[in-house]
Design a protein around this ligand. Structure first.
Ligand code: NDP
Length: 289
């Protein structure tokens, strides 16, 4: 059984990104710049943005944090995004979620220039992924794909079951696994809260991806012996500890490979955001190296 170590892999990929950023800087005379908008004082959002900021620093990407008051209206926020869209020094823009209920999240995310949309949430970028010609890949599914590729986990012809159909994880993950490419060519089943006979479906998976948001939801009985199990979930327990969507201690006894939480998919998400920011900077200056 292999524990799929996302933490070490993230270190390795960040080293590669750091080298590419340096080469980009030498070729083009600029550093990539990521602007992160954070609205209100949600403590979790602050931690996420601060991790992104640290990641940027580590690889030589400049970050700008725009902390906005939670009384901001949708129109005011869209106008801030327009300023960033029009600023040639900014290459990547992200809006940290969740946004206050008063904000129209879809309109706000749609306002980001698709060429600066490093989270790959814009409908244009989702459309490009669906057609198999991605500009950016969404960070968490991208991290899962890299984790599998770099650990030699073959998806070609495999039955992948994804539990979760969110726009951020489940749906784009399914689209990516379907593509005719390395890291794709899978037979994909997507399950969700309305799925009947879930355990029967998950126990047929060669690769099971859990993106549910429910602590230790995937139990031993739901997993086929020898399966690869990827746990995207991050759940904070009452005692403050973090756990995934999979009952790791039991499932690891029958899995062929499994991601831990923490230390699995999590560290890769921010890493792929850094890579997308470099891609956005290259795109902005027409650098195709
Ligand atoms: P969402 O809440 O948007 O989606 C959860 C999905 O799980 C939904 O499709 C929902 O179904 C499905 N679901 C919920 N309960 C059940 C159930 N009982 N049986 C089957 N399916 C169920 O969450 P996200 O996709 O945003 O995130 C999922 C998890 O991944 C969370 O723990 C989140 O914290 C974590 N996460 C981790 C990241 C990382 O970097 N590692 C990044 C992003 C998320 P339905 O659609 O029917 O409601």
């Amino acid at each position: 059984m292999t524990i799929l170590d996302g933490k070490s892999l993230a270190v390795e990929i960040r080293r590669e990104i750091g080298e590419s950023v340096e080469q980009f800087r030498i070729r083009c005379g600029i550093s990539p710049v990521l602007a992160a908008i954070i609205v209100g004082g949600d403590p979790a959002s602050r931690i996420y943005v601060s991790n992104k900021e640290k990641g940027c620093k580590e690889v030589g990407i400049e970050s700008r944090i725009l902390q906005l008051d939670d009384s901001i209206t949708t129109d005011e926020l869209i106008s801030k995004i327009s300023e960033l869209n029009n600023d040639p020094r900014v290459h990547g823009i992200l809006v940290q979620r969740p946004l206050p209920n008063s904000c129209n999240e879809k309109s706000i995310l749609d306002a980001i220039d698709p060429r600066k949309d490093v989270d790959a949430f814009h409908p244009e970028n989702v459309g490009l992924i669906s057609q198999g010609r991605p500009r950016f890949l969404p960070c968490t599914p991208y991290g899962v794909q890299e984790l599998m590729l770099r650990n030699g986990i073959e998806t070609d012809g495999k039955h992948v079951v994804i539990v979760g159909r969110s726009d951020i994880v489940g749906k784009p993950m399914a689209l990516m696994l379907l593509q005719r490419c390395v890291g794709g060519n899978a037979t994909v089943t997507i399950a969700h809260s309305r799925t009947k006979n879930l355990a029967e479906i998950t126990s047929r998976a060669d690769i099971l991806i859990a993106a549910i948001g429910s602590p230790r939801f995937v139990t031993l009985e739901m997993v086929k012996r020898g399966a690869v199990v990827i746990d995207v979930g991050i759940n904070r327990l009452l005692d403050g500890k973090i756990c995934g969507d999979v009952d790791f201690d039991k499932v690891k006894e029958i899995a062929n490979a499994i991601t831990p939480v923490p230390g699995g998919v999590g560290p890769l998400t921010v890493t792929m955001l850094l890579l997308n920011t470099l891609t956005a900077a290259k795109l902005a200056v027409g650098d195709d190296k």
